[in-house]
Design a protein around this ligand. Structure first.
Ligand code: F0G
Length: 420
């Protein structure tokens, strides 16, 4: 469908989608893509659309890609919305859900944005794509550009990305450059490289096409719940995903698909929390953190590019932001795995850790519909587990040794009693 266009979130300038821009060419602020809401209402049967099986591309009429025959897909989206009854009963919540984005093709939510971003890269005639990454964007970009036949470059902070993600970027054939600096520095370098080499297409979440794919997370949750969540709890790093989800909820609301929008709750790790710190002060700007630190390497970010969109999402929805410690993150990771069978990476456990804190403050009531987003699969970061958990015991290959370890060993008397 036509009628999509870029708009600047700062000065309000508008631009045609045919322009190759990542930010406002007038004032430099962030841009977003506007959906022609009235046109969609008039021309698309959204009720019928909502009944289709969930996937990113079922929402094609709400996405800014004209030629659907050129879509680069690995079948992203359609992830589980798990009703967590056991965790919910521990926390006193009847309607607690986890939207498990680790079920995407490369194991994280990034695939939603990357399928749209890489499709756009082809539309623009790009031959090479690039991103800075704490790991998951790199893995996703590498996979989708392999599928599309594009050259792929990723800049990562040296020694600071989880091994599973690095393994993915390697095997999908990316040119990987480790920089002696953090993610924020890597992203600045990517901007500079793209402005000096206009033929390289930038695929960090500042690219509004990525956000368009990621907003389908919100549509899906509403379609799966058959209503809006009351609270939507999501980890925040570079702040693209919380902005995308808010955009999705706002569009679904404007399209009359939900009756209300959720309160957006952003969760950051204590050592990397510029957004949560701003919200605590009700500030309209953030102060970046020079040396962010956390075990949740995915969100080890001190200068989130989409901070302005994230603050708007939180304030406009009357939500909040909070921090959790590394210890709380690891405890939550273990709890979610042990009571719900969901193994997520540390950054993804942050919303679960936040739940406990918010419940203690009576932030929710028992009947509220609370959705936590777990953004990446636990297998992405096996090192955390092998470092922190005890190694399994080793015994001789014989029944008696195994029974002794399991506490099943029987005395002569109990054995005799069984047979009499
Ligand atoms: N959770 C995971 C697992 C992530 O990989 C990221 C971001 C986030 C949460 C935060 O999302 O940045 O949109 O606020 N990872 C990026 C990357 C930065 O490079 O993979 P955000």
């Amino acid at each position: 469908m036509n009628g999509f266009y870029f708009s600047c979130i700062g000065c309000g300038a508008t631009f045609s989608l045919s322009e190759n821009i990542y930010s406002c060419s007038r004032c430099g602020d962030l841009i977003q893509i506007e959906v022609p809401i009235d046109d969609v209402k008039e021309k698309i049967d959204l009720r019928a659309l909502r009944r289709l099986p969930i996937s990113v591309w079922k929402y094609a009429p709400l996405l800014p890609i004209a030629d659907l025959s050129k879509v680069v897909t690995l079948h992203e989206g359609g992830t589980g919305l798990h009703h967590c009854r056991r965790l919910g009963s521990l926390l006193g919540l009847e309607h607690l859900y986890v939207k498990n984005e680790g079920e995407n093709p490369t194991g994280s939510f990034k695939d939603r944005g990357m399928t749209v971003g890489i499709t756009r890269a082809l539309e623009m005639g790009a031959r090479s794509v690039i991103c800075a990454s704490t790991g998951n964007t790199a893995a996703s970009l590498a996979a989708y550009s392999a599928k599309a036949g594009l050259n792929r470059i990723v800049l990562i902070p040296s020694g600071k990305i989880a091994y599973g993600k690095l393994a993915q970027a390697i095997v999908y054939g990316a040119q990987i450059v480790q920089i002696k600096g953090n993610f924020d520095e890597a992203l600045k370098l990517v901007f500079e490289i793209c402005s000096r080499n206009r033929e390289i297409y930038l695929l960090n979440s500042v690219n509004p096409f990525r956000i368009e794919g990621q907003k389908t997370l919100a549509y899906e949750v509403c379609d799966q719940l058959n209503r809006h969540p009351d609270y939507f709890i999501i980890p925040v790093g570079n702040a693209g995903n919380i902005s995308a989800a808010w955009k999705g909820f706002t569009e679904y609301y404007n399209l009359d698909q939900i009756e209300a929008k959720p309160k957006m709750v952003g969760v950051q790790a204590e050592g990397a929390a510029p957004i949560a710190e701003a919200v605590a002060k009700r500030s309209l700007t953030i102060t970046s953190i020079n040396k962010p630190e956390t075990i949740a390497t995915a969100i080890r970010i001190g200068a989130p590019v989409s901070w302005k969109k994230a603050l708007r999402a939180i304030y406009d929805s009357e939500g909040t932001a909070l921090t959790v410690s590394d210890e709380e993150i690891l405890e939550a990771q273990s709890l979610l795995a042990r009571v719900e069978g969901l193994f997520v990476e540390p950054a993804s456990a942050a919303p679960i850790a936040a739940l406990k804190k918010l419940r203690e403050e009576s932030y929710f009531s028992k009947e509220d519909y609370v959705v936590c987003v777990t953004t990446g699969h636990g297998l992405k970061d096996p090192d955390v587990i092998s470092r922190l958990y005890e190694k399994p015991v080793e015994v001789e290959a014989e029944v008696s040794s195994i029974e002794r370890i399991l506490g099943l060993a029987k005395t002569a008397e109990t054995l005799a009693a069984q047979y009499t």
